[in-house]
Design a protein around this ligand. Sequence first.
Ligand SMILES: [Zn+2]
Length: 253
Amino acid sequence: MPYCPFCCRTHRRKRGEHVIPKWLAREFPDVKWDLTNRLTKYVRKGEKYINITTPVPCVTCDNGWMSELEKMSIPVLLPIIHGTPVTLSLPEQVIVATWFFKTAVMYDLHSERQAPRPLYFEDYEHRQLRDTLSMNPFYAIYLGKYTGEQFFIIQEDHSDLVFAKRSDLQPLGDSVRVYSLTLAIKHLVLQIFCAKTTLLSTVPLYARDWSAFYVQLATLPFRVDWPPPLNLDDSLIEHFIHRWSDIPSLPPT
Ligand SMILES: [Zn+2]
């Protein structure tokens, strides 16, 4: 019997739950969907919709909190997808951030079986998402604007980050597995950056400054305006996707 990591119940499952929700496919009936996971070489293409699914969530979770989250997200996401400038209240930012975290978790579950590769998100994170609609506070979610030629991009990035003392370059412990997922749909760009370490809150990273290309969601009690000052076109989106792999491993202290 399959086991649902969100509610911890075993269940009978007949079909997979879509990672990219059907409402998006209905909104864009004429596009061709194309997924290529460059790390694992998993390829999936589709017309009308893209069939990337995971059989892991149970029907109760699927039709319950996941469906509610989708319904709340649609009116916030659609203007951004179509490129209409918006101002997002904090509750709207939380909705977008939670929706994208759920999407990242579902993509992770899908990739573990289909790619395959190890899961990044752990069972306590699945339960936390279902119970409180929240995630690890060190995860960051960024919202940008894409102006390139592709309609749909979903790409993940894994790397190992080693933190070290600047004075003598001695490592501050073992390497930390870092995970990032970027989703672009028409003009919407969402990116999550995950590192399970408290060091990130105290140690600055040497990294290229992309801050003009995104707004970070749900970190401060303010509204945010979208789009950000600069757009991501086809010459920049790949660098943006892989920006967390470009970090040198010796941040200052
Ligand atoms: Zn469940």
